[in-house]
Each structure stands twice: as structure tokens, then as C-alpha cells.
Design a protein around this ligand. Structure first.
Ligand code: IPE
Ligand code: IPE
Ligand code: MG
Length: 243
């Protein structure tokens, strides 16, 4: 996107990306599904850098859902290996990421992830906690329903302990107990691969999101495609229930 274009559009503050279509991309090429995930991970890196470059403040990448454990063990472990590689690399490139002002956060249920991955996530979150140019949320073992359940349990514990009255629970209390607490809701959600669904992604936060769908498979997704989605978004008329 040119500087001139950027000056003339309203950028979404928060973009959600459902990185789908890796398996079909690999199949088209006669490759293993894991090769598709590898190509998808490279695209994730590029899009992440590009989003920072054009001034997006928050971007959330859906990499692995709470339902994706249903897949063959070999595919699951290949995805976890790619996640581990990315975390190692991000740690090695600490200086570079600091210069980019990139804050990395994990969203999802980390208790089910391998311990070494959890440790890497925590180190990365701590290292980058004070960065403000862009916040990158990595959604791995993330599920919107699981996230809401987690928030409800936390609030129920407070009620049980007599710290909160059930009748006093507000929307803010629920928001504040989600993995995305403190972050704005996604303005724009992008789903490539020709599927028209959320697949349990940010279901609470997406109440008023704008959607952009495309047949492109994630490993073929480019910064031009992100531009297209943003330009279309900037022409939408958001009403939030008003007139
Ligand atoms: C998205 O690609 C990555 C994950 C869900 C982990 P898929 O693996 O779902 O690719 P398709 O949908 O089978 O093509
Ligand atoms: C959604 O893709 C999850 C991620 C991209 C991480 P899926 O491929 O799992 O979604 P469905 O099964 O087509 O709904
Ligand atoms: Mg899929």
C-alpha cells in the first residue's frame, strides 16, 4: 500500500486472520499436509511484518484451534514443531523485534501445550511486554467457546468467594476475563480458503466485526491481499446497531 493510499483510508485497529487452506494447498501440489503448514508459517511471518509496517495496532493469527487436536497425531506434532521454531526464531531475533516494536502475546489454553513451548511463550511475552507499535496475538489451542467458559468459571469463583454478586456481573467483567482482555475487538476478520465460517474464532469479540472472505489458500496469501481486504473494509459503513 502506498503512503498516499494509507493517508486516505481508515485502517482497522485490530485485524483477525484465520490462516486456513494449508492442507488443500499442499494437496494441490502433491505434498504432505505438513508442507502446507510450513508454507503457511512463512506467510504468517511476512503478513505480520507487513501489518506492522502499515500501522496496524493489533493483529490476531488463528493457528490452531481447540478442535484441531482431532487431526492425526503426526500433523498435530508437525504444527507444534512449526510453532516451536517460530518462538525460537523470535527469541533469536529479539533485537529485530524490539526495533519493530512488536509485542507478542499468546491467546488460548496454554495448559495443554508442551512445557517447553509454554516456557518459550512466557519468555517472549515478558521480553516484548512494553512494546507498543503492534501487538501480535498468536492463537494456538484457542477456542472462543473455551475462552468464554474459562471467563465464566473465573467469575463463578468470585461469586462463590463472596467477592462479586451474580446480579452485578457486567459485559465488562466478561470482556476482562477473556484471553484478549484489554485489547480492542477485531474490526476486520479475514478468512481465506473459501470457507464462510468463524470456526470458533473470537466468537465473543466478533459481535460487530466486518468480514472479508476469499478463495485464496493461506500459503498463497500476499500483502496485496491484505491491502484488498483493508481497502474494502474502509468502504464499509459500520453502524453498531445505530442509524
Ligand atoms: C489451516 O489449514 C491450519 C490449521 C487449521 C492448523 P488447514 O490444515 O485447515 O487446511 P485445509 O483447510 O485442510 O486446507
Ligand atoms: C480454523 O480452520 C482453525 C485455524 C485456521 C487454526 P479449520 O480448518 O480447523 O476449520 P474448519 O474445520 O474448516 O471449520
Ligand atoms: Mg482448514
Amino acid at each position: 500500500m502506498t503512503k498516499e493510499m494509507l493517508e486516505n483510508i481508515v485502517l482497522p485497529e485490530h485485524i483477525g486472520v484465520i490462516m486456513d487452506g494449508n492442507g488443500r494447498w499442499a494437496k494441490q501440489r502433491g505434498l504432505e499436509r505438513s508442507e502446507g503448514h510450513k508454507a503457511g508459517a512463512d506467510v504468517f511471518r511476512k503478513i505480520c511484518d507487513y501489518a506492522a509496517e502499515i500501522g496496524i495496532k493489533y493483529i490476531t493469527f488463528y493457528a490452531f484451534s481447540t478442535e484441531n487436536w482431532k487431526r492425526p497425531a503426526g500433523e498435530v506434532s508437525a504444527i507444534m514443531d512449526l510453532f516451536r521454531d517460530y518462538l525460537f526464531e523470535a527469541q533469536e531475533r529479539e533485537e529485530e523485534n524490539i526495533a519493530k516494536g512488536m509485542r507478542i502475546r499468546y491467546i488460548g489454553d496454554r495448559t495443554a501445550l508442551p512445557e517447553d513451548i509454554v516456557n518459550l511463550i512466557e519468555q517472549l511475552e515478558n521480553q516484548s511486554a512494553d512494546k507498543t507499535t503492534i501487538t501480535v496475538n498468536l492463537a494456538v489451542n484457542y477456542g472462543g467457546r473455551d475462552e468464554i467458559l474459562h471467563a465464566v468459571k473465573h467469575l463463578a469463583e468470585k461469586v462463590e468467594a463472596g467477592e462479586l454478586k451474580a446480579d452485578d456481573i457486567t459485559l465488562k467483567d466478561i470482556d476482562g476475563n477473556l484471553y484478549t482482555a484489554g485489547q480492542p475487538d477485531p474490526d476486520l476478520i479475514i478468512r481465506p480458503s473459501g470457507e464462510y465460517r468463524l470456526s470458533n474464532f473470537l466468537i465473543w469479540q466478533a459481535a460487530y466485526s466486518e468480514f472479508w472472505f476469499s478463495d485464496i489458500l493461506w500459503p498463497d496469501f500476499t500483502s496485496d491481499d491484505l491491502d484488498k481486504a483493508i481497502i474494502e473494509y474502509s468502504k464499509r459503513n459500520r453502524r453498531f446497531g445505530g442509524v
